[in-house]
Write a protein that binds this ligand. Structure first.
Ligand code: SAH
Ligand code: SF4
Ligand code: F3S
Length: 520
């Protein structure tokens, strides 16, 4: 991964800490649901008129950066836009409304967003397309300032997770004469909006992303998330179950439970006096019992909060995925302390041992940061030792990226860049060896795969994931050998998105398996 220098305007500590307390829901999400629907209707009338005028529905395009919580918010935004009469397009240049869902976690996400936004300037003519920006960057005053000053052709901005405000923003832009004046700023309007009746347009109809909590209380010293997403807030157990049950009824095969720290699900509710609010292990167990579901996945688990009860659930519930994502960040106890992670390498390895013992074949993936300020060769070697002992099946590796306002940014020493870059490359190489070793063990085996669809790189190939989260590619068509007239047997599609198929693994690479579908 290329290291990109931070060039975006930086913000100060005060910018972060002066933000209002994000545990407070304020007006917009407390307005009655009726008002949301009224605004949806207003836009719908406008899109109808647009259709009568032009013979087509207005088109939207959403570009999403960041984590799956953002993916989920974009699915909600798409659902709301479709309800208002917009239709999706894959081509940003032909859209009438372009939305960006932004991420602040590392500098390259910032840069990519501003790059895309800048490229829209020459595209925008006579006020079209409408441009809206939301997501984590819009929780930082500096970026709100940059947008309003440097990119005045942005029509509206919303806060992270505040997709419910979308109809309000669109009506303001369309009807309140705000268009030619300035960017409509609704970033102070927020709230979890625990409302299962919001429309959703899933990217994969067979996979439901369900946010179970937002925010984070951990304040790892390198991380911006607690400042952008605010304090931990868990959704109600009943609402989550209702959403999961509905999803399965609609044919969803896989549920992905999302939170920055799913293991602390419910803590905030119990602290607020809801003594019997279920914990994550119970929630996971209950969801795994839904009839018709193929797998329930979850991320992210923080090692300091992973309970024995959760390990028991993983062990006893076959529909819980055979995989866990457990970010290590560093194998050096000294750095883990400076990162404020609140576990050490021994505790982490102990968890991995318990997990591997609780279910045979479980895979473990992780996140690792290379070049955290003050990292020495010895710290880096400690990480390699933990990687070896944990035998990670996969890892996301990141170069440390200073996030202004977080404590670690003040310790950053850019002069270490070359050394860090070299360590990064060697560590990635080592992980690739570990990943390849893990995947090689699958060669010759038959695995169950939930099909996602055609592979992005080659439409003659289908791809999907195993229960233990390995990516599998296999042929999208095969000869129908059952006979029929003529010399050449017809080619039949082997499977479609949402099917669960059995695949014989022929060849393993570090990131995927190649195989052949088994015809039952
Ligand atoms: N809540 C999750 C992770 C959220 S961010 C957890 O705690 O595990 C996803 C990953 O981005 C983190 O695990 C970390 O490895 C990486 N990350 C976060 N901040 C970073 C930074 N400033 N520089 C580089 N990587 C970072
Ligand atoms: Fe960031 Fe740490 Fe919270 Fe994860 S647990 S979101 S790394 S502060
Ligand atoms: Fe990025 Fe926000 Fe997710 S900072 S990683 S989109 S919580």
């Amino acid at each position: 991964m290329a290291h990109l220098e931070e060039t975006a305007v930086l913000r100060t500590q005060t910018d972060l800490t002066d933000r209002p307390d994000k545990t407070m829901d304020n007006n917009i999400n407390q307005i009655p649901e009726r008002a949301f629907h009224e605004h949806v209707e207003k836009v719908k009338n406008w899109t109808n008129a647009f259709y009568l005028d032009t013979g087509r529905s207005p088109l939207y395009f959403i570009r999403t950066f960041g984590c799956q919580q953002n993916d989920r918010d974009s699915e909600l935004a798409a659902g709301i836009l479709e309800k208002m009469g917009f239709r999706g397009t894959e081509i940003p240049e032909e859209a009438d409304l372009v939305l960006f869902n932004t991420c602040s976690v590392r500098a390259n996400a910032d840069h990519r967003f501003y790059g895309h936004l800048g490229r829209l300037k020459p595209v925008k003519k006579g006020g079209w397309p409408l441009i809206g920006v939301f997501g984590c960057m819009m929780e930082q005053d500096v970026h709100v300032g940059t947008i309003t000053k440097t990119f005045p052709y942005v029509d509206f901005i919303l806060g992270a997770g505040a997709v419910r405000t979308l109809p309000f923003a669109v009506t303001q832009v369309l009807f309140n004469g705000s268009r030619k004046q300035k960017t409509v700023n609704l970033t102070n309007q927020r709230g979890l909006g625990d409302d299962v009746s919001l429309p959703i347009r899933r990217s994969d109809p067979h996979r439901a992303l369900i946010t179970i909590m937002t925010g984070c209380d951990n304040f790892c010293s390198y991380c911006i998330v607690p400042y952008t997403r605010g304090r931990e807030r868990s959704r109600s157990y009943d609402r989550i179950m209702e959403e999961a049950e509905n999803a399965v009824k609609q044919g969803v095969k896989e549920i992905l439970l999302l939170g920055q720290n799913v293991n602390s699900y419910g803590n905030d509710r119990r602290k607020r006096g809801e003594e019997n609010a279920p914990d994550f292990a119970s929630l996971l167990q209950d969801i795994s019992r839904l009839e018709g579901l193929w797998a329930v996945r979850y991320m992210t688990s923080h090692p300091k909060d992973l309970s024995d009860k959760l390990i028991d659930v993983i062990s006893g519930c076959p529909r819980v995925e055979s995989h866990i994502h457990l970010p290590l960040q560093s194998g050096s106890d000294r750095l883990l302390k400076r990162m404020n992670r609140r576990y050490d390498a021994a505790h982490y390895l102990d968890l991995v041992r318990k997990l591997r013992a609780c279910r045979s074949g479980i895979t473990v993936s992780t996140d690792i940061i290379v070049g955290f300020p003050g990292e020495t060769e010895e710290d880096w070697r400690a990480t390699l030792r933990v990687m070896e002992e944990a035998a990670f099946d996969a890892a996301f590796t990141f170069l440390y990226s200073p996030r202004v306002g977080t404590p670690a940014a003040d310790w950053y020493d850019e002069s270490q860049h070359e050394i860090v870059q070299e360590r990064f490359e060697r560590l990635v190489e080592y992980q690739n060896e570990l990943s390849l070793r893990s995947n090689r063990a699958m060669e010759g085996r038959i695995v169950e795969v939930l099909v996602d669809g055609e592979s992005r790189r080659d439409p003659s190939v289908l791809s999907g994931r195993t229960h233990d989260d390995r990516l599998v590619n296999f042929g999208s068509v095969q000869k129908d050998l059952r006979g029929g007239a003529g010399d050449t047997p017809p080619l039949l599609p082997t499977a479609g998105p949402g099917d669960v198929v059995r695949v014989l693994v022929k060849k393993a690479g570090p990131f995927s398996l190649d195989g052949e579908i088994i015809r039952e």
